[in-house]
Design a protein. Structure first.
Length: 202
């Protein structure tokens, strides 16, 4: 409870998460690489990121995975599902160790339905995510593969881990052969360093 109060004060959430809900909020930790939400499954909470970074992604019809958004404190997810009462649209994975505050849907309904600050916050965050998602799709369709690769590294704090190059090529929607060429190009240029399943910008 004390930790939640500290986060609420630190992020100036008092007008959004009013005093009456503080003791009913939940706090949860996720390890790097852990799935927080999975597409086409249900959720019953809005997630407030207070520490760490998460990736929002989806699987295309061709089986490739595309990164739609990188979320950091104090961004949220689960809000669209709360508003539209739908199942989760995209996978949400912890890109680092993550701490979130959980606002259960029922709690929001009982205490925050008439709170204009709460709804304004949801509107602002939802619009921000929409713009970022549209930007990500635009980058995928217009940027060269080399630029997509470097931007993905930058969006993830300059370093990434992956199960295999095949998995990474699917995540970036870049062919395996092209990806290996790009990695070799940037290694020779002195831009990145690669160690097995880890790549970092120098």
């Amino acid at each position: 409870m004390k930790k939640i109060e500290q986060y609420i004060t630190s992020y100036n959430l008092d007008d959004i998460l009013i005093k009456e809900v503080h003791e009913k909020l939940l706090i949860k930790h996720y390890k790097k690489g852990e799935y927080i939400l999975e597409a086409h499954k249900g959720t019953n909470s809005i997630y407030f990121i207070v520490e760490g970074t998460v990736e929002v992604s989806c699987i295309l019809d061709n089986g490739n995975q595309i990164c739609l958004n990188i979320l950091r404190p104090l961004e949220i997810f689960g809000d669209i599902e709360y508003i539209n009462k739908e199942e989760v649209l995209f996978d949400v994975v912890a890109k680092s160790d993550v701490i979130v505050i959980l606002l259960p849907f029922q709690l929001a309904k009982d205490y925050l339905e008439d709170n204009i600050n709460f709804w304004r916050f949801l509107a602002i965050e939802g619009n921000k995510k929409l713009l970022n998602t549209n930007r990500a799709i635009f980058y995928k369709s217009t940027l060269k593969a080399k630029d997509i690769f470097i931007k993905y590294l930058e969006d993830n704090g300059g370093e990434i881990t992956f199960k295999s190059l095949d998995e990474l090529s699917g995540r970036l929607n870049i062919s395996y052969r092209n990806l290996t060429r790009i990695i070799k190009f940037y290694i020779n240029k002195g831009t990145i360093v690669k160690d097995r399943n880890f790549i970092k910008i120098l």
